[in-house]
Design a protein around this ligand. Structure first.
Ligand SMILES: *Cc1c(COP(=O)(O)O)cnc(C)c1O
Length: 352
């Protein structure tokens, strides 16, 4: 019963097969492998962006940081949600790779920046001339760190503000596929048609061993990205193994299929949990991740049974058995219905 994260699960067998196949013979290094030509073309097709610059890196932190470095200057500030991965989970890698660009933190429900708060924060910068931070790009996460999915209108509201100040917008799509299948729109609609300039296109959390794509819709960033990727020690020499994973992921819509499975597993789990009177979900489940408050006694029961998930806030050993403590549950593509049902069976005595 593993619901801690979507990187605790296995690599999809088709991806392993592709790696074995890629392991035959020789291929040119550093992204000059024939597989990368195919991956580039496929991603351009998927995004309906024939000019897009496409790259592969092994980590989402690298994708985010290197993109943001290309979209900003060190004297600028990046506008992002206060719970964003780039703020909370990258050990200041964005600040490091950008050479010191600041982050300006914006609040808003469910990991989405409140547009009014964003506009005020941008307006408040550049009031101090040469002394203060200059306005830089905006970064949003789709799906958010709270498991919510921005609607196309919500993305547009953010990018409209960006445009009105002449700023670029990056999308951290570590869970891009999970958000996309929820919205049921096209990748182009969720990105450049909604005003997004560059995407970190996740793969690792959705069945790959370790690959994320970087997509710039404006190819003028290409050479700078290549230089930054090499200097940032993220240009893998045996690159064909990255290409092979991404190619398998995109073949036959495997990426969408895996995201649908993960989302369905999260939905099944959340619906079961909602039926327990003392459990309260923070938000309606949209992707494959959600937060819920459970009384301490139920957390203890799950922990004793070996269920893996993050106790996000609170202390398992506190005195009051009924005090609600926050849990984060994440389902990955491989989550078995039997595991979900086994978890729910542990709570069955509480269900009405
Ligand atoms: C997991 C994740 C990443 C990438 O993390 P890495 O460990 O660097 O691959 C980026 N953004 C979000 C929102 C994530 O959840």
């Amino acid at each position: 019963m593993h619901f801690a994260s979507d990187n605790t699960g296995p690599v999809h067998p088709k991806v392993m097969e592709a790696l074995v196949k890629a392991n035959e013979g020789y291929a040119m290094p550093y992204g000059a492998d024939p597989g990368m030509v195919r991956v580039t073309q496929t991603l351009r097709d998927i995004f309906e962006a024939p000019e897009a610059a496409v790259y592969l890196v092994p980590l989402g932190t690298a994708a985010n940081s290197l993109i943001l470095a290309c979209l900003s200057q060190p004297w600028e500030t990046i506008f992002c949600h206060k719970t964003s991965h780039i703020q909370e989970d990258e050990c200041n890698a964005p600040e490091f790779y950008t050479g010191g660009t600041k982050l300006t933190l914006i609040d808003g429900a469910a990991g989405k920046m409140d547009p009014g708060a964003l506009r005020s924060a941008i307006a408040a910068e550049e009031g101090r001339g040469v002394h203060g931070p200059q306005r830089g790009p905006i970064s949003i996460t789709q799906a958010t760190e709270k498991g919510a999915v921005h609607s196309l209108d919500e993305i547009r509201a953010i990018t409209d503000i960006a445009r009105s100040f002449g700023l670029k917008t990056h999308m951290d799509g570590a869970r891009f596929a999970n958000a996309l299948v929820h919205l049921g729109c096209s990748p182009a609609e969720m990105t450049w048609k909604a005003g997004i300039d560059a995407v970190s296109f996740g793969g690792t959390k959705n069945g790959l061993m370790g690959v994320e794509a970087v997509v710039f819709f404006d190819p003028s960033h290409a050479w700078e990205f290549e230089l930054r990727r090499k200097r940032g020690a993220q240009l893998i020499s045996k690159h064909r193994y990255l290409s092979a994973q991404m190619e398998a992921y995109l073949t036959g819509d495997l990426w969408l299929d895996l995201a649908r499975r993960a989302n369905a597993a999260a939905k099944r789990l959340s619906e079961g949990l909602s039926a327990v009177p003392d459990i309260r979900l923070h938000h309606e489940v949209q992707a494959n991740l959600f937060f819920a408050d459970l009384p301490r006694r139920l957390h203890r029961r799950l922990h004793e049974a070996g269920v893996e998930y993050y106790l996000w806030e609170g202390d398992l050993d506190g005195p009051d058995p009924d005090e609600p403590l926050t849990a984060r549950f994440v389902a990955d593509w491989s989550a078995a219905e039997s595991d979900t049902d086994a978890l729910l069976a542990l709570l069955a005595p509480e269900t009405v």
